[in-house]
Design a binder for this molecule. Structure first.
Ligand SMILES: [Zn+2]
Length: 133
């Protein structure tokens, strides 16, 4: 008898969108680190966007980082309607990867200097919430 498809390669630690969202609700930021080149990414990916290898390890990232850029939202989609104004920000986490999230109670640029330290918080609010440190 021949064994079927034994060499089929599959990343051993795959992360689904649901697992990612469950982790966020538990207060954890999960993503991947490439075992080949060390690239870190918070995304559902099958292969490393830098070296194109699929040797990925599921890791938990730091909860703190700094604001790279943001926009202040005065008008928001329905699920954020009670939260305006807030900042929709790109945050670079201390261990490298960037992620998008939002920061409540930001109404003007002096509320949030670029480079501001922020921390991911476990929240009942939708999406990925950061607060100023
Ligand atoms: Zn890589």
């Amino acid at each position: 008898m021949q064994k079927a498809n034994q060499e089929t390669e599959k990343a051993e630690d795959t992360l689904t969108i649901k697992e990612f969202q469950d982790a966020i609700r538990e207060g954890k930021i999960e993503g991947y680190k490439c075992r080949n080149c060390g690239h870190k990414q918070i995304d559902i990916i099958d292969f490393c966007p830098v070296c194109h290898k699929s040797d990925l390890e599921k890791v938990e990232f730091a909860k703190e980082g700094k604001v790279i850029t943001y926009t202040i939202q005065q008008v928001a989609p329905e699920q954020f309607m009670n939260e305006v104004p807030y900042a929709w920000a790109i945050v670079e986490l201390d261990d490298g990867p960037k992620m998008t999230g939002w920061i409540p109670f930001i109404s003007k640029s002096s509320d949030l200097p670029v480079g501001q330290r922020v921390r991911f918080i476990k929240s009942y609010l939708p999406g990925i919430v950061f607060e100023k440190v």
